[in-house]
Design a protein around this ligand. Structure first.
Ligand code: AMP
Ligand code: TRP
Length: 337
């Protein structure tokens, strides 16, 4: 139990392991942008997490800069928020090691993301992939962050973050790490594949038609939505009518999230329409929301030095927070400094 009150602070991260998808945007980044006006925020490209599965070095560097461009183009302001690349703030990995010694093997073995990513041959997965959630806990707790906006798929990792904070506090008899609140909100906390309503939209899906990439142009977005899997029925007028229709539900959720409306408000307008009518509307909305972001990303990608400068400055600002928290952690653990 924590009795100490911690100043509110947001932390969240995204892996630079491929391009950004509409799932990242609606499930995470859109919320990152709005939280900037509520409390101090730190947003992170988690390159150390990305290399838990193989990344070509050239791709990693490109994807890290592109992700930074995506954050900024979506509205994350380096003046308001601290924007960093994880490996440039060494306290993440240093606290990660301490947490490797706090977390238990059994906790890690229960993680569904590890099971999914390791697949059938878990013996061949990297040790980093197994320990991934302990580093994620360190990312958050090295800032004493209290709020973590994420998509639904990260819920289990955030519960583990709370378990690690509680065990550290208990083992060392302190009230040092906060018990973090997950922020999983909105109509699109789990955006599904456009080809299969039972699978999450993911940057690692082999089918490009399954996702909308933040770098897709207007034609590509319209084509993917036109070809998205649906059922033959008309849209219902109430959310209950989407219960057994995962593909229809997904498209309506996407529409609602892009337009900042509730699902019920969307269905009040489009209930009774066929997909032949609804899909072009959705495509038009998606293009109008995403094109300005992808254009700004392309512009920023022509100025890689500017991106690197923003990240170096972010790392300096971040270390003013993380260095004292790590130093105090070492002291609590009994390390001679
Ligand atoms: P990742 O790309 O796995 O690093 O995820 C970064 C953030 O995007 C996390 O907060 C995820 O929960 C969120 N996210 C990724 N894919 C989706 C999706 N299909 N729907 C909603 N949120 C997602
Ligand atoms: N595991 C997260 C994902 O794949 C990325 C991540 C790493 C993260 N560290 C974090 C998210 C800290 C929130 C807070 O989506």
């Amino acid at each position: 139990m924590t009795t100490q009150t911690f100043a509110p602070r947001v932390f969240s991260g995204i892996q630079p392991s491929g391009g950004l998808t509409l799932g990242n945007y609606l499930g995470a980044i859109k919320r990152f942008v709005s939280m900037q006006d509520e409390m101090p925020c730190v947003y992170c490209m988690v390159d150390l997490h990305a290399i838990t599965v193989w990344q070509d070095p050239k791709d990693l560097a490109h994807n890290t800069r592109e992700l930074a461009a995506g954050f900024i183009a979506s509205g994350i302001s380096p003046e308001k928020s601290i924007l960093i690349n994880q490996s440039q703030v060494p306290e993440h990995a240093q606290l990660g090691w301490i947490f490797n010694c706090v977390a238990r093997m059994g906790w890690m073995q229960r993680m569904t993301q590890f099971k999914d990513k390791a697949g059938k041959n878990a013996q061949n997965a990297s040790l980093g992939l197994f320990g991934y959630p302990a580093l994620m806990a360190a990312d958050i707790l090295v800032y004493h962050a209290t709020h973590v906006p994420v998509g639904e798929d990260q819920k289990q990792h955030l519960e583990l973050t709370r378990d690690i904070a509680a065990k550290f506090n208990h083992d060392y008899g302190v009230d040092f790490f906060p018990i973090t609140e997950p922020v999983i909100e909105g109509a699109a906390t789990r955006v599904m594949s456009l080809r299969d309503g039972s699978k999450k939209m993911s940057k690692s899906d082999p089918s490009d038609a399954s996702r909308i990439n933040m770098t897709d142009d207007a034609d590509a977005i319209a084509k993917k939505i036109r070809k998205a899997k649906t059922d033959p029925d008309a849209l219902p007028s109430e959310a209950a009518g989407l219960a057994d229709r995962p593909e229809a539900r997904n498209l309506v959720n996407i529409y609602a999230a892009l337009n900042d409306q509730s699902v019920d408000a969307v269905l009040a307008e489009v209930g009774g329409q066929q997909f032949g009518t609804f899909k072009p509307k959705l495509a038009e909305l998606a293009v109008s929301r995403l094109s300005p972001i992808s254009e700004e990303m392309a512009r920023l990608m022509n100025e890689p030095d500017e991106i690197d400068r923003i990240l170096r400055r972010g790392a300096e600002q971040a270390r003013e927070i993380t260095a004292p928290i790590l130093a105090k952690t070492y002291e609590i653990v009994g390390m001679v400094r």
